[in-house]
Design a binder for this molecule. Structure first.
Ligand code: COA
Length: 123
């Protein structure tokens, strides 16, 4: 087994600005339908949740980049929450030997952060 970590931090305001200025084109490039549904359900705090998922995808990319390549599709990785609120990464890409990805997310008024651990079956 081999593990690889990734982390990312982002200003909430940056994502809010992209959503306000680029709108659906930005949302549909970065987020899956279920991710958008989740963030929109958070109403007043939705930008924190959008930013958290952006940070999550950047952190995931850092953890898998050596096996994933440089051409990325943001929707290859979907971040959804279980019934307790714990986030889980669903992988829609074929990445050799990748067994699982674990993730932790946090956000406040200004920033969102994500930490990721990718687990591979072999070296
Ligand atoms: C769930 C909890 C940890 C979230 O912490 P918070 O400071 O309110 O909020 P943060 O911004 O740091 O984290 C929010 C993220 O936590 C994650 N989260 C929520 N519930 C979770 C859970 N059960 N397990 C893991 N992660 C969880 C989510 O990813 C959420 O972001 P998202 O909704 O955008 O996906 C907190 O509400 C809680 O329940 N604390 C209780 C801790 C406790 O009981 N401590 C004593 C025993 S150790």
């Amino acid at each position: 087994m081999k593990i690889s970590c990734g982390t990312d931090i982002i200003e909430i305001e940056r994502i809010k600005s992209c959503i306000e200025n680029i709108g659906d084109k930005f949302l549909n490039t970065i987020y899956t339908e279920k991710e958008i549904e989740y963030c929109e359900s958070r109403r007043a705090h939705k930008y924190q949740h959008y930013a958290a998922r952006f940070a999550a995808k950047e952190a995931i990319f850092k953890a898998v980049s050596t096996r994933y390549g440089t051409l990325s599709n943001w929707k290859d990785f979907e971040v959804l929450n279980d019934e307790n609120g714990k986030p889980k990464v669903f992988i829609n890409a074929n990445i050799p030997s990748l067994e699982d990805i674990d993730i932790s997310i946090s956000h406040c008024k200004l920033y969102a952060v994500a930490n990721v651990i990718a687990i591979y079956k072999e070296n």
